[in-house]
Design a protein around this ligand. Structure first.
Ligand code: HEM
Length: 396
């Protein structure tokens, strides 16, 4: 059986409207780009099995006509875009870096950073939340972990958010700008690593360099995993905080519940914010052989996109999945927004800690916060979704 092609998308549909209609056509459907998309959590988990599929490597570079340069180097050397055996070698030195006990040691600093960001904008009138609070929190956290000096934070933050644009298909002019900033970020990371190789402090990077000692990784690979951390840890957390806060502002009773007792509800609020309108659209993979999946023939080499957006509203997993409820108790042990299988997110514990500290600071310092414009739109069913700006006022 071949997979049905779905209807063209109407302008007024949200991604969730579109996905609901697509799912009604069958368990495996081809989207307008020809990607085989699936909807359930069980299918998402099965389709990341390396026995069936592999991670995209430099295929998108070939489509964009790139075979060298900073963007190509990132795709060719990052753990995120590789498969065994290179993937394991690149991931191993960082695999335990963000384990829960280590992240808990950073709690104090995260708490101070979150409070500082909220206090700086308290009562200052209209602000744009996504970049002023979410973006700063995410980029400054990962830069703090890497030991970037405070004076360099504005530069690094700007470079990171510009360079991230190189990870998705863009116009040639945007891609050129992103590539230039990615090159500057590479050079910065190279200097940072050099300082640690010579006489740097015994910190995260020193530990990382020590672990890479026996792996046989090239200097480029060693550097690209750190660039990957800066990119993978910034946009995702910025968007997740914005999406969660947007839902809480729109569902005022849920916000009031959280503010009344943040200690009790904070973990639930974070998990639900990550679920309801997630920042990840799909896990994109390539069929490693001819597959017959749910009766649908998927030829080797086809792109497959198990939709995270819909797995997170799978009625087999979540009761009343269309309801935003910070008290729900049916989140799976492994939150699907962080992926599945060998590439499952390395930064989950850090991201959760950032979100918990930011929301707690907002509840305690600015419980009267309100939106001052339309809520941001989350768009896209690719790997990462884009999140619009969120005008609001932080009020005590
Ligand atoms: C809410 C925030 C975040 C979300 C939703 C998220 C989600 C994800 C997902 C879905 C993947 C797997 C991609 C795939 O299978 O193709 C991933 C991988 C990754 N994430 Fe995150 N992430 C978040 C925050 C972070 C943070 C804070 C860091 C860094 C400190 C980080 C570092 C990474 C790395 C290094 C990988 C690649 C792992 C590998 O390829 O083996 N992420 N993330």
């Amino acid at each position: 059986m071949s997979a049905p092609l779905i209807l063209p998308r109407e302008e007024t549909w949200t991604d969730h409207d579109y996905v609901r209609r697509a799912a009604a056509q069958g368990p495996v459907v081809r989207d307008r780009h020809g990607i085989f998309i699936t909807f359930s959590l069980a299918h998402m988990q099965r389709l990341v099995d390396p026995f069936l599929t592999r991670q995209m490597e430099t295929e998108t570079m070939a489509i964009q006509g790139l075979s060298s340069g900073p963007v190509y180097d990132l795709f060719a050397n990052s753990m995120l875009f590789s498969n065994a055996p290179a993937h394991g070698k690149r991931r191993a030195p960082l695999a335990r870096s963000f384990a829960v006990p280590l992240v808990n040691r950073l709690r104090g600093e995260l708490q101070s950073l979150a409070c500082e960001l909220v206090e700086d904008h308290l009562g200052t009138g209209d602000i744009e939340f996504r970049d002023r609070i979410g973006g700063q929190l995410a980029a400054r956290t990962i830069a703090m972990v890497l030991g970037v000096p405070r004076s360099d934070l504005p530069l690094i933050t700007t470079l990171v958010y510009s360079a991230i644009r190189a990870l998705s298909v863009r116009s040639p002019s945007v891609l050129a700008e992103a590539a230039k900033d990615l090159e500057a970020l590479n050079a910065y990371v190279a200097d940072l690593l050099q300082e640690h190789r010579s006489a740097g402090p015994k910190d995260f990077l020193a530990d990382y360099l020590e672990r890479t000692g026996e792996t046989g990784l090239s200097a480029l690979e060693i550097r690209m995993q750190i660039v990957t951390l800066l990119l993978a840890g910034s946009d995702t957390t910025r968007s997740a905080l914005t999406s969660t806060m947007s839902q809480l502002m729109q569902k005022r009773s849920q916000w009031e519940l959280l503010c009344a007792d943040p200690k009790t509800h904070i973990k639930g609020a974070v998990s639900e914010g990550l679920r309801y309108d997630p920042v990840i659209g799909a896990l994109i993979r390539v069929a490693d052989k001819d597959l017959l999946f749910e009766g649908v023939a998927i030829p080797e080499g086809s792109l497959i996109g198990p939709l995270v957006v819909s797995a997170l509203r799978d009625p087999e997993v979540y009761s009343t999945p269309e309801t935003f409820d910070i008290t729900r108790t049916d989140h799976p042990r492994w939150h699907p927004v962080f992926g599945a299988g060998e590439h499952r997110c390395l930064g989950e514990a850090l991201a959760r800690a950032e979100l918990e500290e930011a929301l707690t600071a907002l509840c305690r310092i600015a419980p009267g916060t309100e939106l001052t414009g339309p809520p941001p739109k989350l768009r896209g069913l690719g790997a990462t979704r884009t999140v619009g700006e969120m005008p609001c006022r932080l009020i005590g």
